[in-house]
Design a protein around this ligand. Structure first.
Ligand SMILES: C[S@@+](CC[C@H](N)C(=O)[O-])C[C@H]1O[C@@H](n2cnc3c(N)ncnc32)[C@H](O)[C@@H]1O
Length: 211
């Protein structure tokens, strides 16, 4: 199925302005960035050292300085030319090996079990649910140890908030679907960690172990 996030982030301007968007400014925006850094920092701390980590979609590479702490190599893939250009420039400062290139999460150009972990932030929520399954199949295929992937996950209260906002192209799932989706591709759901505003926020990380 088609979805707009394949095109929405293509330009150089979008990549350059990504971190100064309205959602990251003001009190709530700064709070969001703080929560993201705290949660992602803790998830990365729990990874084995010297890992090969796929960051998909890597966007402008903003999580790669965090991933670098546990990486021997960072592989970044994103479908946006603007984002990849920005991420490649950012990666020049890294001491670990990098391979940052255009790529499609639904058809990843890597061999089976060729990375230790896949890290994915803020993609699934933009994808119709059948595409989320395609992407999860690819993450499970290329990862030897595990997958850390964010989803928009509904709770009764956040569902009411989400519904009132009449979101277009927002594709949340129920918590039970994460376990089901993982099992389908040989991944065991270890935990779900919230990475968004209390109560109304939808974004969670699902941490999967390869079995
Ligand atoms: C909300 S941004 C998140 C980027 C990054 N993970 C971050 O947290 O800053 C969503 C990204 O998904 C990328 N994207 C959309 N569809 C994709 C696909 N099929 N394969 C790879 N990247 C995709 C977009 O180009 C965009 O950079």
């Amino acid at each position: 199925m088609s979805y707009s996030a394949r095109e929405d982030y293509q330009s150089d301007e979008t990549a350059e302005g990504y971190e100064s968007r309205a959602m990251y400014s003001g009190f709530l925006g700064r709070r969001r960035v703080k929560i993201e850094n705290k949660v992602i920092g803790a998830l990365v701390d729990a990874l084995d050292p010297q890992s090969v980590i796929l960051d998909c979609p890597c966007g402008n590479g903003r999580w790669q300085p965090v991933l670098e702490k546990k990486a021997s190599k960072i592989i970044g893939r994103d479908i946006s030319k603007g984002m990849i250009k920005y991420a490649q420039n950012r990666a020049k400062a890294f001491t670990v090996k990098t391979d940052i290139a255009l790529g499609d999460a639904e058809n990843i150009d890597l061999a089976d079990n060729s990375v230790d972990y896949t890290f994915s932030y803020a993609l699934m929520k933009h994808l119709p649910v059948p595409n989320q399954y395609n992407v999860m199949a690819e993450f499970a295929r290329v990862s030897r140890k595990g997958v850390i992937c964010s989803f928009a996950v509904l709770s009764p209260l956040s569902w009411m908030y989400w519904r009132s906002r009449r979101q277009v192209e927002s594709f949340p799932v129920i918590p039970e679907e994460l376990e089901f989706m993982g099992k389908r591709y040989g991944l065991e759901l270890e935990k779900i960690v919230k990475v968004s505003q209390p109560i109304i926020g939808l974004e969670y990380f699902a941490v999967f172990k390869k079995v």
